[in-house]
Design a protein around this ligand. Structure first.
Ligand SMILES: Cc1cc2nc3c(=O)[nH]c(=O)nc-3n(C[C@H](O)[C@H](O)[C@H](O)COP(=O)(O)OP(=O)(O)OC[C@H]3O[C@@H](n4cnc5c(N)ncnc54)[C@H](O)[C@@H]3O)c2cc1C
Length: 294
């Protein structure tokens, strides 16, 4: 049976699932937490509630509704996506194959305020190891972050780089450190260089010479995941057409990650649109596969 993986269990992801499950498509939703709604104490501008509802109650109801219709809900963190014969979603605890993937992970995280970080974006500062590792082959690189996502990016760089250092910027790493990766926990003062990144300066006066710095703080955001499979992004938003389809066949995006009005109603609409389009896409694919065998 064709299957879809929805990354994100917020309003956009859940809304997508309502349409795919009811069309008989095997649907797995992978979400890390309650997303933006987990921080919203009172919602009173969403249809259907006579009294304000808390963000947590709204999202719990949504998740239970999708589960009742047959969606599988997995609590996990997605670290990456790859594109081969099928789409593969890589999480902290394993890998899942899918015929279609929906990116519904909300707005991207903001980068930390470190002097030089923004200035060197595209000139040594990258947000995607799998996209840019090639440019730094044989060179010394660093990954900024302290969680599983940072480790995942460091392991992605390891085969091609000379050295890989994870910079936790004052935090303790949340992962067991592999032997071939260096961890530096010092607090960063600034990123410096001429035309491109050359050095990281720490508050303790030390300096690390690198050619590339890969930012991987917190969890992978929508645009981080989109870039890994070559989906077009602009200004931290995923570019979609009117059907919520990205430029990658079978990959859709919905909700805050596509920009515009950052509200529940818009996320729910885009999820519904993505869900109905995925049903068409997978049924078309099924027809093509069936006719090629007949
Ligand atoms: C404090 C606050 C108050 C708000 N109040 C209102 C309001 O009153 N009315 C209104 O309409 N809107 C409000 N909003 C905005 C609203 O919450 C968002 O527009 C809406 O939740 C967007 O839905 P989404 O599904 O796109 O993203 P989100 O709701 O952010 O859901 C994102 C999902 O993706 C998951 N995720 C992210 N990264 C990963 C990863 N790497 N692996 C696995 N899962 C991942 C998260 O765990 C979450 O499940 C508020 C937002 C905030 C922060």
């Amino acid at each position: 049976m064709a299957n879809v993986i929805i990354i994100g269990s917020g309003p956009a992801g859940i809304s997508t699932a309502l349409y795919t499950t009811r069309a008989g498509i095997s649907t797995r939703i992978i979400g890390k937490d309650h997303g933006a709604l987990g921080k919203a104490s009172e919602i009173e501008n969403y249809y259907g509630f006579s009294q304000p509802i808390s963000g947590n109650d709204l999202i719990t109801e949504g998740i239970e509704g999708a589960r009742r219709l047959g969606a599988e809900i997995v609590t996990d963190e997605v670290l990456g996506i790859s594109y081969g014969d099928k789409l593969t979603v890589i999480t902290k605890s394993g890998e899942y194959e899918a015929d279609s993937v929906v990116l519904a992970t909300g707005t991207s995280r903001t980068a930390p305020k470190i002097n030089g970080l923004r200035e060197y974006e595209g000139h040594g500062v990258s947000y995607c190891a799998v996209c840019d590792a090639f440019f730094y082959r044989g060179k010394d690189v660093a990954v900024l972050g302290d969680g599983s996502y940072a480790l995942h990016e460091a392991l992605e760089l390891l085969p091609t780089s000379n050295t890989v250092t994870i910079l936790t910027n004052g935090k303790e790493p949340e992962f067991p450190v592999p032997q071939n990766i260096i961890v530096n926990t010092s607090i960063i003062d600034s990123i410096r260089g001429n035309d491109a990144v050359e050095e990281v300066h720490f508050q303790n006066g030390e300096t690390l010479h690198i050619s590339g710095l890969f930012v991987a703080i917190g969890v992978a955001g929508s645009t981080d995941l989109a870039k890994k499979i070559g989906a077009v992004t602009q200004n931290n938003k995923i570019i979609v057409d009117e059907n919520m389809s990205t430029n990658i066949p079978g990959v859709y995006a919905a909700g805050d990650c596509t920009g515009g009005l950052l509200q529940i109603s818009k996320a729910v609409y885009e999820g519904a649109r993505a869900g109905t389009e995925i049903v068409k896409y997978l049924r078309n694919n099924d027809r093509k596969n069936t006719s090629s065998f007949s």
